[in-house]
Design a protein around this ligand. Structure first.
Ligand SMILES: [Zn+2]
Length: 95
């Protein structure tokens, strides 16, 4: 099996679910999961539900401090609260 994986002749099927990647794409949280062949369907459904909640709430939680925030197109497409962007706004005002 391992030799087959190393040679690229076999697809990877984990025993238990694993998180393959967590990235931020244009302000949205993306979690890539692989299901495990020993994982019961109801457990897999619960994992997906938790990830769905995390991805949805990431769109309104400041990624710097965790307070309620909103999507900022002018701040590199990221989610920040008003307090976390305030210093940058102040700098612009003093120039
Ligand atoms: Zn914040």
């Amino acid at each position: 099996m391992d030799k087959a994986l190393l040679s690229g002749r076999a697809a990877y099927h984990p025993t238990l679910p694993i998180c393959a990647d967590i990235v931020q794409v244009a302000g949205e949280l993306k979690v890539a999961l692989l299901n495990g062949y020993l994982c019961p369907a109801n457990v897999w459904a619960r994992i997906l539900a938790y990830v769905e909640v995390a991805e949805a709430s990431a769109q309104r939680v400041c990624e710097s401090c965790g307070k309620p925030g909103k999507f900022r197109e002018v701040y590199w497409h990221r989610v920040y609260c008003d307090e976390c962007i305030e210093p940058v706004v102040d700098l612009e005002r003093t120039e």
